[in-house]
Design a protein around this ligand. Structure first.
Ligand SMILES: C[S@@+](CC[C@H](N)C(=O)[O-])C[C@H]1O[C@@H](n2cnc3c(N)ncnc32)[C@H](O)[C@@H]1O
Length: 302
């Protein structure tokens, strides 16, 4: 990378948001996350979330393009706010144009797709994910209103999100032609994937990007400064278990949160003809200068 660290003014993440993420990863919730499978936690939370959804419905508070809470397994930072934040990055930092074609890998419950519906006026969007409930909601609610926005399920194994998945991520060929996309986005996806799978996905991202196209990918970059902050207990995610080529906060289900040393990530980009512009560090590790919550790498297909 030309410049290791791209500096930014202090972002506007609230102290409450940081504190919530911190306690999700450090408090009793950490033990619960570690010893209770993802689908059990989702099932236990469902009645509470159904009740809140019911209240929203009665009070007429829910926008038709915002998924109900019981389906929202993927977002803790604010569906609408974070979606708008990232739309600005796509436009300002990746040169996204209204006629472009976008691939959203690990599209979840449509947090990135929904704001793009108002911007890609003549372009198009493809999303895929490994959790069927989120994809179906997007198909029924987003594609129905915006047919140029398509979503599909990929039955890929992930110990946290899809433990019964049929295919290994490292053997999955994206169902798209070479050089089809102007922009590929992965928001909080490599933060749940292991090194050899990330390597394979980057090769596929490079394949489906046109030359000059961009990818914007978020990470937890566990560099020296982040390691210091993790050791001091001030990072929101405690990457205190070293695995082969990455870090995790949870050795039982490493995919709960995966962090990478930037020194291991950059050569993988280069190997796959992707040229990164540096690291836009995020707030998760407790830095005071940050762009977003996670770290962001934007790269160009050469
Ligand atoms: C924290 S959620 C983020 C969802 C969405 N990108 C967003 O920002 O709202 C992580 C997502 O990655 C998806 N995921 C995990 N492993 C994946 C894989 N191998 N291929 C595609 N998606 C994957 C999960 O199903 C989940 O929806």
């Amino acid at each position: 990378m030309a410049n290791e660290q791209l500096t930014h003014n202090q972002g506007d993440l609230s102290k409450e948001f940081f504190a919530r993420e911190y306690w999700r990863s450090h408090g009793a919730l950490r033990l619960m996350r570690r010893y209770t499978p993802f689908w059990v936690r989702r099932t236990l939370r469902a009645p509470y979330l159904f009740a809140l959804d019911g209240m929203d419905l009665v009070l007429g508070k829910r926008d038709g393009l915002v998924p109900p809470r019981y389906l929202n397994y993927a977002d803790s930072g604010g569906f609408t706010k974070v979606g708008k934040e990232f739309l600005d990055y796509y436009k300002e930092k990746c040169g996204l144009q209204p006629q472009h074609r976008v691939l959203d890998m690990g599209c979840g419950i449509g947090r990135m797709a929904v704001p793009l519906t108002g911007y890609l006026t003549s372009g198009s969007y493809e999303g895929f994910d490994i959790v069927p409930s989120g994809v179906r909601w997007c198909q029924n609610n987003v594609t129905r209103k915006f047919p140029r926005f398509k979503f599909q399920i990929a039955d890929i194994y992930n110990k946290q999100y899809n433990p019964r998945g049929r295919y290994q991520p490292g053997e999955y060929k994206f169902p798209f032609a070479d050089a089809e996309f102007d922009l590929v986005i992965l928001i909080s996806v490599f933060t749940h994937m292991l090194p050899s799978d990330m390597d394979h996905y980057l090769s596929e991202i490079s394949r489906v990007l046109r030359p000059g196209g961009k990818c914007l990918i978020t990470y937890f970059m566990v560099d020296e400064e982040a390691r210091r902050r993790v050791a001091a207990g001030t990072a929101a995610v405690p990457f205190d278990h070293k695995l082969d080529g990455c870090w995790t906060s949870d050795p039982v289900t490493p995919e709960t949160a995966v962090g990478y040393d930037p020194a291991n990530v950059v050569p993988v980009y280069q190997k796959h003809s992707l040229s990164p512009d540096g690291i836009h560090f995020g707030a998760w590790s407790g830095r005071s200068n940050y762009l977003s919550y996670q770290d962001i790498v934007i790269a160009t297909k050469v």
